[in-house]
Design a protein around this ligand. Sequence first.
Ligand code: BGC
Length: 778
Amino acid sequence: MTKKSRARAAGVSAPAPAAGPADPAAIVRKLTVEQKARLLSGASFWSAAEAPGVPPVYVADGPHGVRRLAPDVGDIEGALPATCFPPAVALGSTFDVALVARVGAAVAAEARERDVDVVLGPGINIKRSPLCGRNFEYVSEDPLLAGEIGAALVTGIQDHGVAACVKHFAANNQETERMRVSADIDERTLREIYLRGFQRVVTRARPATLMSSYNRVNGTHTGEDRRLTTDVLRGEWGFEGLVMSDWGAVHDRLAGIRAGLDLEMPAAGEARVAEIVAAVRSGALDPADVDRSAGRVVALALAARAARPAAGTALAERGDDPETWHDDAHHALAREAAGRAIVLLKNDGGLLPLAPRTRLAVIGELARTPRFQGAGSSQIVPTRVDDALAAIRDSATDVVFAPGYGLGAGSADEALADEAVAAARDAGVVLFFAGLPQSAEAEGRDREHIELPAAQLEVLDRVLAVNPRVVVVLSNGSVVRLSGFADRVPAIVEGWLLGQAGGGATADVLFGRVNPSGRLAETVPLRIEDTPAWTRFPGTGLHVTYGEGIFVGYRWYDARDMAVQYPFGHGLSYTTFAYADLTVAAGPAGGVVGLTARLTVTNTGGVAGREVVQCYVSLPGSAVPRATRALAAFAVVDLAPGESREVDLVVDRSDLAFWDVRADRWHVEGGAYRVEVGASSRDLRVAAEVEVPGDAVTHLLTPGSSVGEAMTHPVVGPTVTALLRAAGLSDDVMIMTQAMPLERLPYQPGSGVTHRRLRHLLGIANGPLATLLARRRR
Ligand code: BGC
């Protein structure tokens, strides 16, 4: 099919003439209530509605490529071909924000060519459990890394004239009952883990749009949650863009409009328009709320139209101009990104990289039939697909192949297994490709376990019995259990899902053309039973309790000092690196910089390589439970053999803060912070301490505050303590009294604190306005 006919088949139409005045408010003022109401839901599956002066906005999934479908087509297979870049699971492992921004730029270029205004990505939900069926679409178990990679993608996309859509806001961490389940999360965990990545992307990359999630948070659908969608997102973080719903996520549209959910997707039909109009007319809906959301749709449409190439260059009219398709350049970029994402987990005896003349046995259907992306809405129709087997054959002189197993096969096929054993017997090195079939992980359903297919493991055992020189090459969108064979194979390569050029990239790493620099963006546990959400995931009765709190991913394993298969941040290289001369300095209170770390990294091996330098921070003795260490900054550094470089790492003050539930705000605690820098969360090479000044946070004292809290209050603490001491309480009684709410004191015989005195103390502690607030907060 020619490119021109491909475009026609997908029903892409030429854009309407360019919009007139670029003032959304002025346009909205001229619209009728019906016209405004119509703008608040999609016109089709993939476009927003038009109005006089308001061109339609075309949206497409996302995030690792452009899935441009005809307006009314929901079917994934019918999309225009586009470059399938590595999915988020792989991009996260690059730890390379510059590279990820280039991927974003390339996605934007393809979106532009396909007349797509908004790319529905990136997805940055936290990987709470390895069982989440959509983990391949998400970046990491760590909010700083998810936020950095997400921000890089948004910047790359938006700097090239296309809007990004950060999703799924928020706490969409499972697929089971995804449209109904309530993620029940305490405020500190919500802020520090599940919102923090979104906050980073919103404040740093200013995405034009954001997608609310299917699930509820603490009982309220996120698209109807005014606190989340307006107070936090817009009020606290300064988001100025448009919020759209996930597809079909709307339950109570009027509540959504009030909460700040601007656009319902996809099309919801005339009944919805009538519902909104009737609500405005009856007074049930404030017309200002409708105007505000309609204004955001108009603003997006005008910005999108302004960013489009001149009218008349729409895809259907442009024809077959090879210049505009970027096929080769984008395929090459997809290969570069995939090469950077591969994580060398183990390489005993330097089995890798392979010499081209090594006699190789390639075993596993996945080498020939790659699994390069996950199933569901993110699925791209690729422009081409490389397989590892062909790329290995291009790189080596002596290669035999045996499929070993069938994809999706439950138990081993004897004939295939025998053939694999025969191929492996005399090989210098066996490349054993293992991984998950598509059916094992997909949007819409969670995984039941983290096991590789039994048939593959059986064949692997038989191969190992005849030849121990085995490199296991993995294809999986979410972690798998490796403990059954990790000790018995000398080398393991984690290849995730690598996009359409993953085959070539795998060969690049195996033969050393690319020195691996991917690092784990998620812990590989020893067993599913060890993971933080085990026993609670995916919840019961439409509620899932995030009882592990902030201890997600490596924070969990480190707090419990648990063994893991491979820790967060782990990944080997064909060279080695030394770390030295760490110095740290604190930034001032109230500034942007929390602390800076400077150190020297040296390539101590014989080949050029890239190190991902990771900086973890903790505060021993903190007033609140804290992670043993948390990633606070990272940097990639390319070094020739023997070369040394000074590496500077800057930790933002906001990344030192914890969410103070008493003060209802972020709070940087003053104290001696421990800074550890190294090659993974469990391979820390240099450490230092630095005294960081704290924020002046005064907690409101309320009648519900404890006596103990009053005794340590900076203003009234000495008076309260003196009063209680004067009451002559014994030490034991004093301890019990400290746990009491202040309002109990007037009823406590001999406490010396009357109602009047208590009111007076609160007034002094809080000041008059604060006292009022404190009373209301009780
Ligand atoms: C997914 C979104 C996606 C949308 C449109 C939903 O089912 O959750 O991530 O962007 O469909 O395809």
